[in-house]
Design a protein around this ligand. Structure first.
Ligand code: G16
Length: 543
């Protein structure tokens, strides 16, 4: 097979965001666009020659085309073996697991997460390193620098590699091994949880549903929940991954999984329900009559980690991203484990996990996970909840109410303003940024500002520094307002406003979050000029 060195010219927009390079399918299907990025990775990162790598994606439109291109480029760049998920499909956590399981050099994960798919939708690529985590900013910055100078990429001729059957074949000098990733992932989950306890729970009159939203988790959920744990077949819904995700928006929240939420919260027809996103790393947890906010979900899992076999001896620490509610900190303070606060982006947890400083971590963006992989893991979170419910013999509502009674409640909302112009978003950011210096000591809505700054982080393991990670206004332990620009959008700008208020008096533990947070939202509007600068009366999405 012949290797071609194809002349190219650089694109100037291949800097990765919060989680990989995300663009529209139209951008990614331009000639040379994917090729340039992938070659920039091959040229920047050492050790591909003779290495094994992992490849797969969430099955969205363009996944199949991109996989064939990357296979041909890997063969041309001296890779010895590519481990591919059957049909080219791998959830993000399963890809991270395969990199660890095979001790692979790295992996390419094709996904734009929860963003809609199809010819008019989005596409994306993440580069994950040995150990299974996303490459650090120092690596992606170097890849970006390389992409801006790129003059050629390497690719071999091929009529296409068949990846629908498990097995091994050759592509030039390279081996392509197609694996059943659902089986390997199911084995990993069996090591993490008390499957017997969950099986017993599901064998009783406990009613549950898991919505895979026509995205990647369907096969994994069927294998584990139905085939292994005995849930009824119809408990896993929308289980066939479709290239356009059935035309939906596979973002597991109260807006995009509204039907499921109505069934559990309003109709109270199920004891437990959950959903996952496009690439299987996010999760939403619902109990009869109740939505579990992601920050609470993280705190509950950490508080009950001893119910999970993998953490029966306790956890050394746990971490949350800065905008995530401080419910986790309250648990850490009482239980005596370390709590870490990192910037938004799962990659910031990886050094802490590798150093075994933390075992559990999570984010407000419906992400929860643990030390078993180096990505957040939607199904892991669902199984963790089922395991805890089975061991504690409590309903979701009883568990939550007991948790709030013990640790207090961090009322929390995220308000997203999507589809803004960059100028509109910057105007709000600048208004708050310019005020930071004078806010301390001021009183707003009866609360004194104790700190106001732009979050920066020094990684405690490698001392790497991340600046400009969000603006925050703290009112002691009582409340926080945070504003930051999303790093995952593919056009314009999205502003995220995060609101948190702590209440601990018994009568204050079961109030509607919107009511509790209304006054803080008004303060935030005043400090950021959100309505004035965006012309919007309300956020696009509240989670
Ligand atoms: C990604 C990252 C998360 C981050 C989320 C939102 O999730 O992996 O760490 O919290 O984006 O980021 P932003 O607020 O910058 O849009 P996913 O599920 O989209 O890969």
């Amino acid at each position: 097979m012949h290797t071609h060195t194809v002349a190219t010219t650089p694109f100037d927009d291949q800097r990765v965001g919060t989680a990989g390079l995300r663009k529209t399918v139209a951008v990614f299907s331009q000639p040379r666009y994917l090729e340039n990025f992938v070659q920039a990775v091959f040229d920047t990162v050492d050790g591909f020659d003779g290495a094994s790598i992992v490849l797969g994606g969430d099955g969205r439109y363009h996944n199949d085309v991109a996989i064939q291109t990357i296979l041909r480029m890997a063969a041309a760049n001296g890779v010895a073996k590519v481990i591919v998920g059957q049909g080219g499909i791998l959830s993000t956590p399963a890809a991270s697991h395969l990199i660890r399981h095979f001790d692979a050099h790295s992996g390419f994960v094709l996904s734009a997460s929860h963003n809609p798919a199809g010819p008019d939708g989005d596409f994306g690529i993440k580069f994950n390193i040995r150990g299974g985590g996303q490459a650090a900013s120092s690596v992606t910055d170097a890849i970006y620098a390389c992409s801006k100078q790129l003059a050629a990429y390497k690719i071999i001729d091929s009529d296409g590699v068949a990846i629908n059957q498990v097995g091994t074949q050759s592509l030039g000098n390279m081996t392509v091994e197609v694996v059943d990733s659902t089986a390997l992932y199911a084995d990993l989950m069996a090591q993490q949880f008390d499957f017997d306890a969950i099986r017993q729970l599901l064998a009783g009159d406990f009613k549950m549903a898991f919505d895979a939203m026509h995205a990647v988790t369907g096969p994994y959920a069927k294998r584990i929940l139905v085939d292994t744990l005995g849930a009824p077949r119809d408990a896993v819904r929308n289980a066939t991954p479709l290239p356009d995700f059935g035309g939906g928006h596979p973002d597991p929240n109260l807006l995009y999984a509204k039907d499921l939420a109505d069934e559990v919260i309003n109709a109270q027809a199920l004891d437990f329900a959950a959903a996952s996103d496009g690439d299987g790393d996010r999760n939403m947890i619902l109990g009869k009559g109740l939505f579990v906010s992601p920050g609470d979900s993280l705190a509950v899992i950490a508080a009950n980690a001893d119910a999970l076999p993998a953490y029966a001896d306790g956890i050394p620490g746990a971490a949350r991203s800065m905008p995530t509610s401080r419910a986790l900190d309250a648990v850490a303070a009482q239980q005596g484990f370390d709590a870490y606060e990192t910037p938004t982006g799962w990659k910031f947890f990886c050094n802490l996990l590798d150093a075994e400083r933390i075992s559990i971590c999570g984010e407000e963006s419906f992400g929860t996970g643990a030390a078993h992989v180096r990505e957040k893991d939607g199904l892991w979170a669902v199984l963790a909840w089922l395991n805890i419910l089975a061991v504690r013999q409590q309903s979701v509502a009883d568990l939550m109410h007991a948790h709030w009674a013990r640790y207090g409640r961090h009322y929390y909302q995220r308000h997203d303003y999507e589809g803004l112009t960059v100028d509109q978003a910057d105007a709000c950011m600048n208004k708050l940024r310019n005020a930071l210096g004078s806010l301390r000591g001021q009183t707003h809505a009866g609360l004194a500002v104790t700190a106001a700054d732009e979050f920066a982080y020094t990684d405690p393991i490698d001392q790497s520094r991340a600046e400009g990670q969000g603006l925050r206004v703290c009112f002691g332990d009582a409340a926080r307002i945070i504003l930051r620009k999303s790093g995952t959008g593919t056009s314009g700008a999205t502003l995220r406003l995060y609101l948190e208020t702590f209440r601990s008096d018994e009568w204050e533990l079961r109030l509607p979050p919107a009511e509790v947070l209304a006054e803080l939202a008004a303060v935030a509007d005043q400090l950021t000029g959100l309505r004035e600068h965006t012309g919007r009366d309300a956020p696009s999405v509240i989670t």
